[in-house]
Design a protein. Structure first.
Length: 415
């Protein structure tokens, strides 16, 4: 008998028919002999509806009251699913994050989980009930409701699974696993049977929306395998686990991308010690997150400092850069608020050369100009004009044969 934590996203519980369908899936797992804990998101579109209500009332929300509001959607889902299970003569009981004992820090709207109590869950399981828990929420040390940020129900599920040392954390969504790239953009994309925590972290941070990045970090830390599955179809899904447990290692696992990027370049910055730190400090003080950075030497002891930000922060970043340009006496500011980031991810890059050269050659043959480049041990990211993104994804996907069954990377005698 296994202990399984199942998480169902907003599309999975989007209406009463779907809630009945989720109840049947939960009952099936129970009939197979498993102890089942269920974590639910708000019904599809509900959190956005609540945010619109708050924004229509005021643009300056009190963070405490904002969390009280947007956490309420999950309470509806958990109660309806418990009702559906009980109506099918399967005992179930629903709980909010605070009722269970999910304790967080005091940062409203993006709190981090500090501790998960297990006494209530264990008691309910011992009494033969299915436990249904509201995702995305917890409680701080003074009893206030907190929320974990968008996608936070994934983190709730992993945290509960880790605290209980569950056998597996299953994330049910509207896709049947992790794909080599977004199948809505490229229909030839293939399901990835297994992917490492490290690769999934990169994919999540680079724009893949299947799993919240913090949930993958938590799963890796606690050695908690995650399986991504479809609520609406059967299949083995994608197992997210440690690299050494993956049967067939690949050179490249997938392509992640983000359309919401903007690039800003400050030309004619004086080349002196500490100037880069000064620029980054000013941007950071405005609560703007910088992604990629490049610096190019120019002439007469001047340089160009270029960076990317999320497009929603472009206007705010421009104000900071304009102030810096005046301060430095910079020559000009060059921008492009409509760029995209395209990233290639794979653990096989560690020990095999030629990935970057192939990627750049393919983009060149497609006539796609690379505006910025950044790399890590298992990732290569480039910034391109947004209009060229889908063509670039298709060309790279074909070049690395990601549309074909996964090929195992050949190991050398010494590996």
């Amino acid at each position: 008998m296994a202990l399984i934590v199942q998480k169902y996203g907003g599309s999975s519980v989007g209406n009463l028919d779907r809630i009945h369908h989720v109840a049947e899936k939960v009952i099936k797992a129970r009939q197979e002999g498993h102890h089942v804990i269920v974590v639910v998101s708000a019904m599809y579109g509900e959190t956005d509806r609540l945010i619109r209500l708050a924004n229509a009332l005021t643009q300056h929300h009190d963070p405490r009251e904002y969390d009280v509001l947007i956490s309420s959607g999950e309470q509806v889902s958990m109660a309806l699913l418990s009702m559906a299970l009980n109506a099918k003569n399967v005992p179930a009981r629903s709980f909010t994050g605070p009722q269970i004992g999910i304790y967080t820090d005091n940062i409203h709207t993006k709190a981090r989980i500090l501790e998960v109590k297990t006494e209530v869950i264990t008691r309910e399981l011992e009494q033969g009930r299915i436990v249904v828990i509201a995702g995305f929420q917890g409680v701080n040390d003074i009893g206030d409701i907190t929320t974990l940020g968008r996608g936070g129900s994934d983190t709730t599920a992993v945290a509960i699974a880790a605290a209980l040392k569950a056998d597996e954390c299953q994330i049910y969504t509207d896709v049947d696993g992790v794909y080599t790239t977004d199948p809505h953009v490229l229909p030839e994309a293939r399901l990835i049977p297994q992917i490492s925590f490290e690769e999934m972290l990169e994919m999540s941070s680079l724009g893949a929306k299947v799993l919240q990045m913090r949930s993958v970090e938590l799963a890796s830390k606690h050695n908690m395998p995650i399986r991504v599955l479809s609520t609406f179809s059967d299949g083995a899904g994608t197992l997210v686990t440690f690299e050494d447990k993956i049967m067939h290692k690949r050179l490249v696992s997938g392509i992640a991308f983000s359309r919401e990027e903007a690039i800003i370049s400050l030309s004619g910055v004086p080349r002196r010690l500490g100037v880069e730190g000064h620029i980054l400090t000013k941007v950071s003080q405005a609560n703007i997150e910088i992604d990629m950075i490049a610096q190019n030497a120019a002439i007469e002891d001047k340089s160009d400092f270029t960076f990317t930000v999320h497009r929603r922060e472009y206007a705010k970043a421009m104000k900071v850069v304009e102030e810096l340009a005046t301060e430095f006496g910079a020559i000009s500011i060059k921008t492009n608020p409509k760029v995209a980031k395209l990233s290639l991810v794979g653990i096989g890059m560690r020990s095999h050369t030629g990935v970057a050269s192939t990627m750049f050659k393919v983009l060149g043959l497609e006539g796609i100009n690379i505006q910025m480049i950044t790399t890590s041990e298992i990732k290569i990211s480039v910034v391109v004009d947004e209009t060229h993104l889908e063509r670039g994804i298709r060309a790279i996907h074909q070049a690395f044969e990601l549309d074909k069954p996964h090929q195992t990377v050949k190991q050398s005698f010494f590996e």
